[in-house]
Every structure is written in structure tokens, then in C-alpha cells.
Design a binder for this molecule. Sequence first.
Ligand code: ADP
Ligand code: MG
Length: 238
Amino acid sequence: MASMDIVNVGKAYGSLTVIHGVSVEIPDGEFVVLVGPSGCGKSTLLRMVAGLEPITFGDIRIDGQVVNDLPPKDRDIAMVFQSYALYPHKTVAENMGFALKMRGEPKADIDDRVKKAAEILDLVPYLARYPRQLSGGQRQRVAMGRAIVRDPKVFLFDEPLSNLDAKLRVQMRAEIKELQRRLATTMIYVTHDQVEAMTMADRIVVLRDGRVEQIGSPLELYDKPANTFVAGFIGSPS
Ligand code: ADP
Ligand code: MG
């Protein structure tokens, strides 16, 4: 568990600035949703938080410590992507335990943590199966399981549900929310889907062209949108 501060963070690719000084303070255990149209910089921001992309300016702090120069593996952050890229020739259990195995952890510890994660995610009956034998929702849960076994301080999700059909998407939203309640871990969740943002977030950060338009609870954004962009995007009448 950890607080996460994004402090005036910017990103330029050559002469093109795509993130223009974004600041978001996230207290321990909060579920924050970054929402905005395609190309507004959501993935870039998340990748900078994860350490997968160097930041051009600003600071990323975890529990007050600046982590700008830490490689991803030392940040204690787990990321779940939309293309969940499970290893096809490994079982569910092996997929979930792989990162721990690579870290050289004892097999008994790995088995224990995989089992606990499988219980949380209702994957116990599927541990010996291969990814091709799973439904889309189950695969997505395995991808989350890979993150959970690492017991990270912060979870990052980049549009994890966008490959799923509408019905499953609604179900998985609820599952991810329940997971967050249960683990009480800080989570940053990226989506371009307003409904997903409104139904899942403790607080929403609305991004547009690499800038924050507004930060607030779903109700605050709906009741008091800062401008017509937010109002239009969130769907409130003003
Ligand atoms: P989102 O996830 O909100 O759709 P991205 O973070 O992927 O947006 O992209 C934000 C902007 O940065 C876009 O204009 C995109 O074209 C640009 N961009 C992303 N990655 C690169 C890159 N490696 N080189 C140059 N421009 C990039
Ligand atoms: Mg993206």
C-alpha cells in the first residue's frame, strides 16, 4: 500500500510535447481513473509512472520518495494491460507464478501466493489449465493474478477491458472494484470509457491533449463540471 504523487510531470517526444505538466496526488488506497479521448496521453502517463518510459520533467513519488530514476522492477508497481499476453505453453499457475520464479523465490512461497491469488480471483479450478482453455474473462483474471502475486504497492491498469464484449466488461468492472476493496491497494485505472470511469472511480482525472481538465469524484464532475469539455465528456447536462 502506498501513496502516489505525480508532480508536474511532462513528456516530450523530440520537439513534440504530449504531456504538459500533470499533477495528481493519490492517497494510499484510492482508486483513481484517468479518462480522456484517444491520444490524450493516458498510456504515456501510466508508462511513466511504471518506469517504462522516462519522464521529461517533474517527479513521480511513491510514499514521498522520488522514483524517477528507479527501473520498473524496483518500483513495486504492477501493471495490467489490455493485451494480457499470457504464456500459451504455461498453465494458469505457471503464468501467475512466473515473475516470482524469475526473482528466484522458493517454490513453496510461489505456490502459496499463487493459491491465495487464485482464491481471490475464483481461479482455483483452473490452475492446471492452459490459456487457450479459458474464457476471455478468465484470461483477464489470470493477468490480474500475475499482478496480485507480486503484492505490489500500486496497481496500474491500461484499458484492461477493452478487448472484452460489453456484457463481460460490465461484470469485470465489478470484479476489479471488488478486488480493490478487498486488497485496499492504490490503483490507477486508465480508460477512454466515461461509464467505466463514473462507475469505478473514487476520483476521476479528466485528461485532454496532455493536460488535466479536472480532478474530482464522479459526483463532483457530474454536478460541477469545470468546463464544457468535461461536461460533454462526462455527459452532464450543463
Ligand atoms: P492515449 O493512451 O490517451 O490514447 P498515448 O499516451 O498513447 O494516448 O499518446 C499520447 C500522444 O503521444 C499521442 O499523440 C501519441 O501519438 C504520442 N506518442 C505516444 N507514444 C509516442 C512515441 N513513442 N513517439 C512519439 N509520439 C508518441
Ligand atoms: Mg492508451
